[in-house]
Structures are given as structure tokens and as C-alpha cells.
Design a protein around this ligand. Sequence first.
Ligand code: AMP
Ligand code: ZN
Length: 467
Amino acid sequence: MRLYNTLTKQKENFEPVQKGKVGMYTCGPTVYGYIHIGNIRTYVFADTLRRVLEDQGYEVRMIKNITDVGHLTADDIAQGDSGEDKIEKKARAEKKTPEEIVAFYETYFHETESAMNILPAHYFPRATAHVAQMIKLIQALIDRGHAYEKNGNVFLDVTSFPTYGALSGNTLDHLKVGARLEEHPDKKNPWDFALWLKAPKDHLMHWPSPWSEGYPGWHIECSAMSMEYLGDTLDIHTGGEDNIFPHHEAEIVQSEGVTEKPFVRYWLHGRHLLVDGEKMSKSKGNVYTLEDIIAKGYSPMDFRLLIIGAHYRGQMNFTWETLEQAKRNKETLFGTAKRLSARAETNDGFSGEDFLDRIRKAIQDDLNTPEALALALEFCKKINTLLDKNEPVESESLRTIFEKIFFLFGLIIEKETIPEEIEILARQREDARQKKDFAESDRLRDVLAAQGYRVEDTTIGYRLKKS
Ligand code: AMP
Ligand code: ZN
């Protein structure tokens, strides 16, 4: 398996620390709002990676955190010490407690992941339940001269790390040029970042610590939770591209500053999703959720196929037209598998040849899902052509290949939505046709058409489709 490592900027052969086992950490959501289709893309990418590893027999342990404190509104643009806590801001706006906000959006996140058939992480640690581990790390960083306290606030001293900037390219020399930062008065260097902040009087979430009654910075949370459950060195750490800097750059120095061991072997980042060629933003009104997709008559699996159709490091532009195409691809995959399952077992003919090997080879090459999907569609085409001609196929072998493809792509066949009365009409029409009562079969075809269903006759029977 080859993976593109953001740290070395090249594709590398994947080898975990422990033979046969993989420890994987994914930055999870800050639960202050509905997760959107961009977040879903990033989680589907991590899920695909896990599936591809499991398919190769690795025992994967996956941890995905829930950020329920400390992610400040300015964290993504600067260094964690300015702005408001996103969850507290939402709680104030909605006149709710932070706990109520967290409970609501965390549930929504899990429901969305489950609808998308994302395998649940083995554990979803919450930041608020790991403050003790964070305090321990911060204290160790102070003891080792990598962090300092002032007025109850603790900052990481980035100048104490010569390697700072290795992941993102934002080395200190580079950062000095044109940096526009909102500076905290207690910081020594503009690029130092907060590990612990003293809580202002009206702050809702706060904990006692050796430095002040306060709350942790967003970055330290992921160092603490990842190492708590995966040890000092993680095999894989994933996130969206915006996480590279400052969040993951910060995680590296916080962790390595304490353990003096490499923190992560393979860093993988997914590119952001665009909507109609543009960044999603509330002001443009193009921040879509899975519910918006469902409301337009599409299913979570249509969207999963759309995500699979783009490489995780490549651009993915969400439009309703591309979703429509993804839906057709899904129907081809599901339709062919279904058609096959209606077949009696035969043990000669087309067996899938090397399709599964080729699909695996593509997907193990830094998750080349677009190529794997193209191969899967070619596989369907081949099967349909043979079935149309009533030529033999090794149905059992083909069914097994479909099972593996569906596992790798994370697809589950959705419940059949064709109503019972439509199925009855289609069967009556088929009976009439068999009896060569074409007037009756044509009449029933029109009745079905009026209800939005199309019947296609093939040599092995009829197929019912929504028109
Ligand atoms: P957040 O809750 O903002 O911390 O985001 C959760 C995850 O979603 C992070 O890994 C982000 O990198 C990722 N993410 C945010 N916006 C997008 C987007 N437009 N496309 C893909 N991933 C995104
Ligand atoms: Zn994180």
C-alpha cells in the first residue's frame, strides 16, 4: 500500500509500527453546528482508508475525537489565543448550556456518519473528559522549557523547536514575513500558541489547573487524546487540508516536545470540497448538509459515490449535476449486483477474472478511488453484456467480488423503494406477456408508466425502474 505523506511530500510504502496493526487518528468535529457535506467528504476519506487497510487484513484501531471545548473562532486563521469558544458562542446565541449544544450536534454527527455508512470509530473521546491528560502534557512542556506561563495563561514557545514548520512549510523564517496576527499581550513570540487560557469571569466552561481556573487550547486536545489511546507514535493521522496549519503543526511540537519520539508516521490530508466551484460559506448560502441532499431526492449512497469518484487529494466540486451522475453510477453498481443475485448458480463462464485485483491495486495506490470506480463500472458493463446475451457467468464468484467492492467503497444497498402495488402490476403485466396477451401487457405498461415506473424486458425477465 502506498500513501502520500504530507510530511515528506511523497508517496511512501505503508508500514505500521507494529506488524499487522494500525493506529489511526482522525480529527473529529467541533460540535457547535450541523456537520456539512465538506466535513462528510473528509470523514468518508478517512473511512475509505480504514476500509482499504482492513481489506488487507490489518487490525485497525481508529480514534476520532469530539471537540466540545476550546476551539476558538480565530483558531483556524491564527494561533489559538483569540476569539470566542465556538460552543460557548452558540450556547449564548441559543440560550442553551454548552452541554445541550454539544449533545445535540454530537448526535447529529453520529446520525450523519451512520447514514453515510461510515464505520464507527472504536472510540470517540471528548475533549472535556481529557483535561487531566492535557494538564499533564502542558506541565511536561513547561518542565522541558518548551512552554511558559504568564498571568495564568500558558503558551508554547515555537522558537524552542528548530523543526517547527516541517509539516506545513510555515517555518518561523517564512512566517515572519507578512504575518498579521492578533497578538496576545502575554506571548513572547507572535507564533507562540495557547496551551491553556485563564477563563474570563463569564466563561461557562473552566477547570482548575496549576496555572489558573481556565480551559485548554484546541491543539493540545488532539495531542492528549491521540496519545492516550494510540500511544506515543501513531501510524496514521488524518484531517482536512485546513488542519495542516496551525492545528497539526502544533500537535507535532506539543507531542514530540514531551515524548521525544516521532508523533505520526503518515500524515494524510483531504482536500476541501467546493460547491459550484466556490468555497462553502454561510454568506453565500451554499453550506449544504446531508439533509439538503436527501430533500432533493438523493440518497446518502449517491453522495458517497460522488465522493468516491474524486481522489481525496484532488478537487471535488459538488453540483446537483455531478450528484445525478453519481446516482446513475450507484444504480449501475446496485442494479448489476441485484440482477446477478436473481440468477441461478452457474459455475462456468466469466468469473470476474482479475477485476478485484485491479480494483485493489488502484485503491491501494494512495486511495485512487476514481480509478477503482471506473474499473467497477467496467466490471458491471461486462456482466450486463453477458447477461443480456444469456451467456454463462460464474455468479457466485461475481457476487463475492461485488461484496468486496461494496465494502471498499462503503456502499450498502438501500432498501427497495418500489411499492408493493407496483410490483404486483409488473408481475401481472409479465403474466399477460407470457400468455401473449399483448393488449393487456401494453395496457399495464401504460398504467405503470403513469405511476412513474418503466418496465424493461430482458432475456432473463423484466426489470422495473423509476422513470
Ligand atoms: P471542524 O468541525 O471545523 O473542525 O471540521 C471537521 C473536519 O472537516 C476537519 O477535518 C476539517 O478539515 C474538515 N472540513 C471543514 N470544511 C471542509 C470542506 N469544505 N471540505 C472538506 N473538509 C472540510
Ligand atoms: Zn485535531
